[in-house]
Ligand binder design. Structure first.
Ligand code: ADP
Length: 516
């Protein structure tokens, strides 16, 4: 064995020398290990016949029939046991004085595994791109590195409740939005946001698409990033390129990988159509609720007329008494003064009744406020006092003290109570004792209103009563309870019916919504 071949055997890389025709002249130990052919077999063979060489990427200048003498690139070869290898190969020619090739030295490295990993990576990148582009969802890739850099010092400054702090520091929030840059957007995203060109969105700050009213959702995503929540989903409103608002379902994916890269993946689904349908449904519901209120008012007309008549009659009496006092030889002005004061208070009473009727009859947009349930019950009952008295119904109220206020529409809540009370009073028409009990109480995360009567109890399965047009009354519409349920559910609450100790019991649960 020559010194040269001894040295070559020490090298971990495959080293082969061959003549210009490709006949193998030397074959080191690493080549034996790599290709599985012993030196004795390999030497003297044509290299490309032995190893079934082909170029990894075909190209006109890479013709194995006339291979270049000096070359480097990737080859595919087959080993003695039939395994295909991808090799990183380098050929170098030894030439004589005339420049003719004497022999070619080849070194080769097995890159099969690296290639497989590269291919897998490329495939997964390709799949990701495909998904990114083809999804029916608009995807934004946003660079949050600068935002992260702005948020981290807050912790050192002693900000513990990040959400509250950000809600109170909207200028800071806006500044972070101006530094959150859109890196990429898929096709759906361009369509959804009405962008004609990539530049219309890519490279711009998300502040441009984020109206101030939607900042709380953005704040939630910042908090989610900082507290390492995996993702958040929320509904919000964003702006298109032309400034038109769109209602969207917004998801932020905060994978560990993206977090490390400072990238936030935001998915946006257009829900404008759903929102419009919801709004139309809400309008329809409001119309129905209004119709039902007017119909209850119709049922109450007799008692309401009577109720307004009372102060009017009292006013007439007081006025004629005053006139008599004034007509006396010595007018008693003190009497007249006190009668006038009574006239004023009676007139106010009549006006208050008419206002209540007007509020019930009015058709208007719903408007939610934080209101105490007990006060709402008292207002609704005041409306019905006279009706209950005429029907000889005794009313008991057991109102829990210190209930948290509920976020409700005042007129709708009145309507719910009035409906339940009128139903109870009607159900007790033939009962020997007519007792009505209204209770308010606190449950977990909710306030509860119960209306219980001493009537005959429910005429059917409790759930049936809430179906539209279910009625047992000759002049009933069967819409009252159906509307009560839809109004209560629109407030995030529930209503159920059951038989109580004596009569029927309706229980309304309304969620306690924290003020944001
Ligand atoms: P309507 O009052 O027009 O019949 P509702 O939807 O308000 O429509 O009520 C549906 C039905 O539920 C009533 O017809 C009645 O049979 C029953 N119902 C409602 N409240 C009570 C109650 N307190 N006791 C017994 N039955 C009741």
């Amino acid at each position: 064995m020559t010194t040269e071949s001894r040295i070559l055997d020490l090298i971990h890389e495959s080293v082969i020398t061959r003549d210009p025709a490709g006949i193998i002249l030397s074959w080191n130990a690493a080549s034996e290990a790599l290709y599985g052919w012993p030196k004795t077999t390999a030497i003297g063979c044509q290299i490309d016949d032995l190893l079934q060489s082909r170029f990894a990427a075909a190209a006109p200048d890479r013709d194995l029939m006339a291979p270049p003498a000096d070359w480097e690139g990737e080859l595919i070869r087959v080993t003695a046991n039939g395994t295909e290898l991808v090799l990183d190969v380098r050929w170098q020619a030894e030439r004589d004085a005339t420049g003719a090739v004497l022999r070619i030295v080849e070194t080769a490295r097995d890159i099969t595994e690296r290639k497989a990993i590269d291919d897998a990576l490329r495939l997964s990148e390709y799949r990701y791109r495909n998904m990114f582009e083809a999804m029916a969802v608009a995807f934004w890739e946003v660079d949050f590195t600068q935002v992260g850099a702005m948020l981290i010092p807050l912790r050192d400054q002693g900000v513990t409740d990040l959400r509250t702090w950000l809600l109170a520091n909207r200028d800071f929030v806006r500044r972070t939005m101006e530094r959150a840059i859109v890196l990429d957007l898929n096709l759906n995203g361009f369509a959804l946001f009405g962008a004609d060109t990539r530049d219309a969105i890519i490279g711009r700050a998300i502040a441009d698409f984020w109206p101030p009213a939607s900042e709380p959702v953005y704040i939630d995503s910042l908090v989610a990033t900082m507290t390492r929540q995996p993702h958040i989903v929320s509904e919000t409103r964003l702006n298109r390129v032309d400034g038109e608002p769109i209602d969207v379902l917004f998801t932020v994916s905060l994978s560990e990988n993206n977090r490390k890269r400072g990238v936030m993946l935001i998915g946006v689904v257009d829900i404008s159509a759903r929102k419009q349908a919801e709004a139309a449904l809400q309008r329809l519901q409001a119309e129905f609720a209004h119709a039902a209120r007017v119909s209850v008012l119709g049922e109450l007309t007799a008692s309401l007329a009577h109720e307004v008549n009372q102060p009017l009659a009292a006013i007439a009496t007081s006025a004629s008494a005053s006139m008599r006092w004034l007509a006396a030889e010595q007018p008693d002005l003190d009497e007249v003064r006190s009668l006038s004061a009574r006239i004023v208070s009676d007139a106010r009473r009549a006006a208050a009744i008419i206002n209540r009727v007007r509020a019930m009859a009015e058709r208007r947009e719903t408007e939610r406020q934080y209101l105490p349930l007990n006060q709402l019950v008292a207002e609704a009952v005041a409306f019905l006092d006279h009706d209950l008295a005429m029907r000889a119904v005794t009313l008991e109220t057991r109102l829990a003290s210190e209930l948290p206020p509920v976020l409700v529409d005042r007129t709708q809540l009145h309507q719910i109570v009035v409906n339940l009370v009128v139903n109870a009073a009607q159900a007790m028409a033939d009962s020997p004792t007519r007792h009505l009990c209204i209770t308010t109480s606190l449950a977990e995360g909710a306030v509860v209103l119960a209306v219980e009567d001493s009537g005959p109890g429910l005429p059917a399965h409790p759930e049936q009563l809430f179906e539209s047009f279910f009625t047992t009354k000759s002049s009933g519409m069967g819409m009252g309870l159906a509307i009560c349920r839809s109004l209560i559910e629109a407030h995030g609450g529930q209503i159920v019916a059951a038989n109580g100790a004596v009569g029927a019991r309706f229980i309304v649960t309304l969620p306690i919504t924290p003020r944001s």
